[in-house]
Write a protein that binds this ligand. Structure first.
Ligand SMILES: O=C(O)c1ccccc1NCC(=O)[C@H](O)[C@H](O)COP(=O)(O)O
Length: 229
């Protein structure tokens, strides 16, 4: 099956068009003023109009209140909301009820206890984005370009629908997919030339690396199945 790819932190028409041309399943827009990827809702809405129906439009917010969400949802008309702060399961339920949109709940992972924090959201969040814990000193909850130990995901129930995130780039996505078997991945700084500046060549390299990994995994699984006959 084709891996879903979310490109996050899009800010320009060139990057948005390229993401979709390369086959991105999701396009993420960041609404967090401290981020180098922050975008005004109206600007994001204009960019999203270029690709509506071709990739899912995701509004990424951090502990946003309803006033902020009202403005973002009305300007962007997203397909999904990504809640990337400390939103509780109750808050996720409220956001879903108020906006009638599916929610991706982002969780930051460093160890097994962090992964267990997924439990109260199961059946509430529509999808999870498993990102690395921000490094000490970072004032961004995401987009930090760091990975977590992917082997932790061995303990995750197979029914959990998640996107693998955190420090993914063309050099490590093959190993990340081989270790986790993730069906969906997310990248931001790994396809940038500077914070907030998407690099079209790096985006292309990322998609090529995903395609190579898919071929390798099919070959590996085929060889394993052959051996067990
Ligand atoms: O990317 C940001 O600047 C950001 C800021 C505030 C909240 C979330 C943010 N990013 C969310 C994402 O979905 C990123 O793609 C994810 O954190 C992975 O980023 P990276 O490690 O740079 O690939």
């Amino acid at each position: 099956m084709k891996t879903e790819v979310k490109i996050c932190g899009l800010k320009t028409a060139e990057a948005v068009d390229k993401a979709v041309a390369l086959g991105a399943s999701h396009a993420g827009f960041i609404f967090f003023p401290r981020s180098p990827r922050n975008i005004e809702p109206d600007d994001a809405g204009r960019l999203a109009d270029r690709i509506r129906g071709k990739a899912k439009i995701v509004a990424v917010t951090v502990d946003a209140d309803n006033d902020d969400l009202d403005e973002i949802v009305s300007a962007l008309s997203p397909d999904m909301l990504q809640l990337h702060g400390n939103e509780s399961p109750d808050r996720v339920l409220t956001v879903k009820a108020v906006y009638g949109l599916p929610v991706i709940k982002a969780l930051s992972i460093r160890d097994a206890d962090d992964l267990r924090r997924i439990e109260p959201y199961i059946g509430i969040a529509d999808r999870f984005l498993l990102d690395a814990k921000p490094p000490k000193g970072s004032d961004l909850p995401g987009g930090n370009g760091v990975s977590f130990d992917w082997r932790l995901l061995d303990m995750l129930d197979e029914s959990v629908d998640y996107m693998l995130s955190g420090g993914l780039n063309a050099d490590n996505i093959g190993e990340a997919l081989a270790v986790t078997g993730a069906k969906a991945v997310d990248t931001s700084s790994g396809v940038e030339s500077a914070p907030g500046v998407k690099d079209l060549n790096r985006m292309e390299e990322f998609f090529k690396a995903v395609a190579r990994a898919e071929t390798d995994i099919i070959a590996r699984d085929g060889a394993l199945a052959g051996r067990s006959k």
